[in-house]
Ligand binder design. Structure first.
Ligand code: 3HC
Length: 281
């Protein structure tokens, strides 16, 4: 029988996680408080599946099976899930209220994972009565494509929970690294944010054009996309939020957000969300 998981939050990351999970045989309960968000996410996934059919990667029948595994769900159905992955807004209080609700509704042995990109797993776990069953599973954008999941231990996370998370990751074709200490930004964002910051400062200082900064890193370091393009893809509001969080936690200028980023976010130029960040598409 297909395993059922719940994905809370149907934004870019939640949709990507639902997509890759359904592709690999999971029944996915999709929940989002925002009206229409799950419908939008499902139609986006359906569109990507159609392109996969056109490319000959999957058959129309296979795509139909995958689509049927994506279920627009209410909280009531969560009791049938063996694991929940939370991918809501990167705001501690919002995530905590989702965690408390999941803790009430999920079966007693079910894992709660958060896709937070930087927040404390231990603090989120503290809102539940199942701290050994809580951990971080940090996916990367676009989730169906990116190979890595960072598995992050909270203070109380049980080894069996880590093992189950690794098994799930493997079952959806992902590689994992284990972040042993629950520290802000884990591994990837702790390295990525200073890269973004330096690229943005170089741009602010007029050292090179944004196109040439991106080209330099793309061709000079063989990155698939330059840092300013990637910052747009991840969402400038998300990037700023992560930088501010790291700065407040570490009290370290390495993580101080450049003014140009703050200006763009204040102007509503958020990259991924508005398609106008460093680049106007
Ligand atoms: N959903 C599903 N599939 C997608 C997709 C999406 N959103 N975007 C691209 N793809 C698939 C395409 O269908 C294509 O599949 P195929 O090879 O089987 O035909 C494949 O990915 C390659 O896509 P494209 O040919 O359109 O374009 P590229 O070759 O330029 O690849 C990219 C696009 C995969 C986004 C690549 O540029 C890349 O890897 N960029 C770097 C992404 C990255 O670093 N992500 C991490 C961000 S950090 C983060 O998420 C952490 C957060 O906490 C901040």
């Amino acid at each position: 029988m297909e395993k059922t998981i719940a994905v809370i939050g149907a934004g870019t990351m939640g949709a990507g996680i639902a997509h890759v999970s359904a592709l690999h045989g999971y029944r996915v309960l999709m929940i989002d408080e925002k009206s229409g968000a799950v419908k939008n996410a499902i139609s986006g996934i359906a569109g990507r599946l159609d392109r996969e059919i056109e490319k000959g990667h999957i058959t129309a029948d296979e795509a139909s099976v995958v689509k049927a595994r994506l279920i627009e769900s209410g909280w009531g159905q969560v009791s049938t899930a063996s694991m929940a992955i939370e991918a809501v807004l990167e705001i501690m209080d919002v995530k905590k209220s989702v965690f408390a609700r999941l803790d009430d509704l999920l079966p007693s042995g079910a894992i709660i994972a958060t896709n937070t990109s930087s927040l404390s797993i231990t603090e989120l776990a503290s809102t539940t009565h199942r701290t050994p069953l809580v951990l971080g599973m940090h996916f990367f954008n676009p989730a169906p494509v990116m190979k890595l999941i960072e598995i992050v231990r909270g203070e109380d996370t049980a080894q069996d929970t880590v093992d189950q998370a690794k098994a799930y990751a493997q079952s959806i074709g992902k590689e994992t690294v284990v972040v042993e200490k629950d520290t802000p930004g884990f591994v990837v964002n702790r390295v990525l944010m200073p890269l973004f910051i330096e690229a943005m400062r170089i741009y602010e200082e007029g050292v090179a054009s944004k196109e040439d900064i991106d080209k330099a890193i793309q061709l000079g370091l063989n990155h698939p996309m330059g840092p300013l393009t990637l910052a747009d893809l991840t969402g400038l509001d998300v990037d700023l939020h992560v930088m501010d969080y790291l700065y407040n936690e570490f009290h370290d200028d390495r993580f101080a957000a450049p003014l140009v980023l703050r200006r763009l976010v204040r102007a509503g130029r958020l990259g991924r969300k508005t398609r106008h960040g460093f680049y106007a598409y």
